[in-house]
Design a protein around this ligand. Sequence first.
Ligand code: GLU
Length: 424
Amino acid sequence: MSEKLSFVHPTANSPWGTYLQQVDRVIPYLGDLARWAETLKRPKRALIVDVPIEMDDGRIAHFEGYRVQHNMSRGPGKGGVRFHPDVTLEEVMALSAWMTVKTAAVNLPYGGAKGGIRVDPKKLSQKELEKITRRYTSEIGIIIGPHTDIPAPDVNTNGQIMAWMMDTYSMNVGGTATGVVTGKPLHLGGSLGRVKATGRGVFVTGREAARRLGLDLRGARIAVQGFGNVGSVAAELFVEAGAKVVAVQDHTGTIVNADGLDLSKLIPMSRTPAGAVGYEGGDKIPNEQFWDVPCDILIPAALEGQITAERARRTSARLVLEGANGPTVPEADDILAERGVLVVPDVICNAGGVTVSYFEWVQDFSSFFWDEDEINVRLDRIMMNALHQIWDTADRHKITLRTATYAVACERILMARQERGLYP
Ligand code: GLU
């Protein structure tokens, strides 16, 4: 055997390695469909692109971009685009695979895909950000499209970036193709409720999990890691339900207050360059101590690999709600399960975003837009139905919610794979 690893083999503790272990755990529950399981361990297609732009100072800079289409057995690829200095092909492979599982878990007619650019967008001017977005879109334009693969926002991307992506793709095809991306601004075919959808889904699934645990949300203590579009929205909804947020960690540091942080002040502050630590109504503590803060509910809503085995032993939470993709490594998952800590896994917990992306895409095609109540009612129904089915599967097989979500999702994916058959 060659020492060099094929691209489908993971490096230790990487997101792709985590994903492969999660798949291995579900194989015993797939019955005859296990014959097709290898499909899940290989991305269908991966594109690496060079993204050159002229910087404001006249330099030519090159960035590396990716778009991975993990699986399209059930429909077009779907998944966000991430701008981050640490993005790698392997990470995007894992994120695309989690999209495959997620869209199947909530039964949306999509496969899974993901994209990214290895760049720190905070170091770019607005003009440079637009150039990098447009050139990247043009480069991946050969594989995306309203019926093939539909990008959306993810870490450090937003409605403005989706507008530039939509415009660039539309210019290249010679017509306005609103359905090529979701998460667009409202007046460009965006959907009401999309911005808050992921955080809302975290709350809806979390509220149900708390109910089943007998954990009263009134007075429940919440610790949130990552205070962007997912963490801050979920935190607000939990506070409305009577909980208090006792710890928040963002890229600027960690802030705590056992009596509860005032979100009406903390959220606006966290949107400024000062970040969460600019808020004065709490104490700043070293980042590593975040995991020791006494709490009932822990919401990792930042990046992958945050809940390590060691942190899983330390947390006092009874409930973990995975707002982020891939925040818990498999060894930590086992420790949490042994300790009786309930984990609502990413592939159902944060599926609210892609669910409202689906509503946006449907509305774009029908050119008929729904009001926000209709969006939220449909979102809550889809999330709750999916969660109930997953919970029944978990009870039946005595497995974790993560493995149960994989069981429900992978059965749908591999059934489609089997029914379509192999070409040629
Ligand atoms: N980036 C989000 C996720 O990880 C949303 C993807 C989408 O809306 O397509 O689920």
